[in-house]
Design a protein around this ligand. Sequence first.
Ligand SMILES: [Zn+2]
Length: 217
Amino acid sequence: MQIRTINSRGTLFTFKNAEWDLNIYFIKGRRYNYIIDTGFGTDSIKPIMEYMNDITKETIVINTHYHWDHIWGNAALKDCLLISHKLCREQIITNWEGMLVKNSRYCCGEVKMHLPDLVFEDELYFAEDRVKLFHSPGHTPDSISIIDEEDSVLILGDNIGDDMEDIIPSIECDRNVYIDTLKKYLKLDFDTFISGHNSVLTKETLETVLHRMQTDI
Ligand SMILES: [Zn+2]
């Protein structure tokens, strides 16, 4: 596992396997700490708990979307407030069994269903920390993104492909819905963005993706 400091208050945990990287992002806010996505099971969360050892602040956990590799560690953080989009909670229930059967070889530690406690539809703002969660459909209809306004970092889940060769993600929504989300991103003030599986990238990459989406047939 690799740990990287991002700007002034972000930490990126990257788990590597033979097929792809998996990122979990941590923001040390003034009021709350935030853990974004929970990985493959309870073992994905252990190193983050160790890292947070001396931190007494309340922690908010966020699921960017319902896919198994972003939610399987939820139960390890069951004492924290867990937030997602309204559709995400529904999709976890609908797809839990199927995702588990198909991907059981990737389980890391215990994998138990733990559903979000708080859901929203449009956006949610933690003013004291200047952390905003907002709906950003594309990769999936329930996808949300998080902007750390204080640190100029956007965390966009799987709304970007897993590596530079496959920079366009798989899209469960209409392509115009995804294009609208990309346009929304580009209006925001950030320099760095973090995704579920790719490396740390800059805003220009998103401009390239939008350009490709608008020109590719
Ligand atoms: Zn996904």
